[in-house]
Design a protein around this ligand. Structure first.
Ligand code: ACO
Ligand code: ZN
Length: 167
């Protein structure tokens, strides 16, 4: 299949994930995060939300990914109102390729794809100790809207962070 390239960042290209990329995406997840998912979970998100499942590639190898869902439910930003919301399920960049703007670009491109799908806001959960990611989200406009105790299997809590999406 023809790759759908959505952006370039220096020598990196950001493009839509394809089914054949999923093993590499799983490898990046294994290398970088303690939260793992079944193979089926990745394929399922890809088939349901292909526009917001993006990968970053350098010289034919994947170095980062973002996968998202679009949901309908209570707004994280406006009390007691319902909203169509993007949900960043997982984003990661291999250690050797960090602090080059890849994480930010993956997030901003997924935001614009979510906005095209009429999502009014985007939210995510992040470990309370994950200062790198929290700093990245704050730079992208997110603010903390909630906290969930013992969200992760090892007992650590999560911050819920959300941002309004521009139309
Ligand atoms: N220390 C302090 N600030 C940081 C750090 C850090 N180590 N990393 C990123 N930031 C902040 C900085 O403000 C940075 O801007 P700057 O480099 O101009 O100072 C800004 O975030 C943007 O950084 P990017 O280069 O765009 O982000 P990067 O490509 O390095 O990816 C990421 C960040 C995805 C968090 C990466 O560190 C990573 O993969 N970590 C392990 C996996 C992970 O924790 N993922 C998030 C889990 S939560 C979830 O998926 C919903
Ligand atoms: Zn989540």
């Amino acid at each position: 299949m023809q790759n759908v390239v959505v952006s370039h960042l220096g020598d990196y290209s950001i493009r839509r994930c394809e089914r054949e990329d999923i093993p590499s995406v799983i490898q990046i997840n294994m290398d970088t995060l303690p939260e793992h998912y079944s193979d089926y979970f990745y394929y399922d998100i890809l088939s349901e939300f292909p526009e917001t499942f993006l990968v970053t590639e350098l010289n034919g190898a994947l170095v980062g990914y973002i996968m998202c869902r679009i949901e309908y439910g209570f707004s994280q930003l406006k009390r007691l109102s319902l909203a169509r919301k993007g949900h960043i399920v997982s984003v990661a960049v291999e250690q050797a390729h960090r602090r080059k703007g890849i994480g930010t670009n993956l997030i901003l491109i997924s935001h614009s794809e979510m906005a095209k799908k009429s999502a009014a806001e985007c939210y995510l959960e992040v470990r309370v100790s994950n200062h790198e990611a929290i700093a990245l989200y704050e730079r992208a406009g997110y603010r903390v809207t909630g906290q969930v105790d013992a969200y992760y299997r090892d007992g650590e809590g999560a911050l819920v962070m959300a941002v309004k999406l521009e139309k």
